[in-house]
Design a protein. Structure first.
Length: 165
């Protein structure tokens, strides 16, 4: 995508397109905007806004991706990072690597995130087991696991809201 195609509009949150854009350009712009909303120092306002950004970032993959949204002690974003990529129905997630990345970023808290390429964001038993395993590992180094969000084209499910954390 050429950045010169998109210009900020007069009203906050509006943009002007200077030349014709393709569907691929629009999807790329949406991905870039979602990434900007999860950049370093940004405060997380509402779960629904975060879900929208996560769905834009992970909702169109044809394979499973596991990512971390790392936060400081005031729950401001430190970094959003995709860590593991899998297949159509799973991704291998290694707790040692999750802990390592969290320590490298000096995270005080984390939101675990992964997508379901099927579109159905309903957490599986394997998702619940992984969440407990990662939460236990992160608790040992005083990093709070705030949530595990499962992203699908049909929406997002918060495992914290479901009582799995």
């Amino acid at each position: 995508m050429k950045l010169h195609k998109l210009k900020a509009g007069e009203a906050t949150g509006t943009y002007l397109v200077e030349s014709p854009v393709s569907e691929a350009d629009i999807l790329m712009m949406a991905h870039q905007l979602a990434s900007q909303r999860l950049h370093r120092g940004r405060s997380l306002t509402t779960p629904k806004a975060v879900f929208s950004h996560l769905q834009t970032l992970l909702g169109n993959y044809e394979y499973e991706v596991f990512a971390l949204l790392m936060l400081d002690n005031k729950h401001r974003v430190l970094q959003f990072r995709e860590l593991f990529r899998g297949t159509l129905d799973g991704a291998s997630v290694y707790p040692r690597e999750v802990v390592k990345v969290c320590l490298e970023n000096n995270a005080a808290a984390v939101i675990l995130v992964h997508n379901h390429p099927s579109g159905d964001p309903e957490p599986s038993q394997a998702d619940r087991t992984l969440t407990r395993k990662l939460q236990d590992a992160l608790n040992l180094i005083d990093i709070r696991t705030l949530d595990h969000v499962v992203v699908g084209s049909e929406g997002c499910v918060s495992m914290a809201e479901r009582g799995h954390l």
